[in-house]
Write a protein that binds this ligand. Structure first.
Ligand code: NI
Length: 206
């Protein structure tokens, strides 16, 4: 069997990008339409500047089971109303696949939600590794004043399911500004998943 060629991909903390990346995508504010609590504040910010709010550069050697995808994400700081900037979030399409995030710079929260609606919010800063176990929905939130830069890695056949968050009316908790910096607030639009949907998630693996 022909072997793949080993590579080195330098992480640029200053630019928040991976060198030698095989792919890159970016999300603008307009890509997050409908996800924030304060739609009037969202509209105002969108009209002011529909800017890039996060970008991902990654290296994808293949999509084979047993292979690995890794990369760097850079998130701008900011808020919509009281709510800090976040990524869309997802569960892995093969839901039993895990992920790790390593903090490079800035201050973030990894917001996690189980299929049954349990919530965890883990602060991530420079040199922290957050382990996202299988079956947890995950979203990154920038609660600092600077770019949040993180390196990540996950099994190459994980895939991403973004619809799971839409179907429940968003994630159960929102990360909002507070006197202590940040706090969790209930998402009033959230609907618990039905038992059949939860069963289907746990059945969804290889
Ligand atoms: Ni993921």
């Amino acid at each position: 069997m022909p072997l793949r060629e080993p590579v080195i991909c330098p992480v640029s903390v200053a630019t928040g990008r991976l060198g030698n990346a095989s792919g890159r995508y970016e999300k603008r504010l307009s890509d997050l339409l409908g996800l924030y609590e304060d739609s009037a504040a969202f509209e105002a910010e969108l009209n002011r500047d529909d800017r890039v709010v996060y970008e991902v550069t990654d290296y994808r050697p293949s999509a084979d089971a047993g292979d690995m995808i890794f990369g760097v994400t850079r998130m701008s700081p900011g808020r919509i109303g009281r709510e800090y900037f976040f990524t869309r979030g997802h569960i892995h399409a093969r839901a039993d696949r895990p992920e790790i995030y390593y903090g490079e710079s800035g201050q973030g929260i990894m917001l996690l939600e189980s299929p049954e609606g349990e919530v965890r919010a883990l602060p991530i800063g420079p040199r922290d590794i957050v382990y996202v176990p299988p079956y947890w929905i995950h979203r990154s939130v920038n609660v600092g004043n600077d770019d949040l830069v993180m390196t990540f890695a996950y099994p190459a056949d994980s895939g991403q399911d973004y619809g799971i968050i839409e179907r429940s009316g968003g994630m159960r908790s929102r990360v909002v500004a507070s006197a202590d910096g940040w706090a969790l607030a209930d998402n009033a639009a959230y609907r618990l998943r039905a038992p059949a949907e939860i069963d289907a998630l746990f059945a969804r693996s290889r």
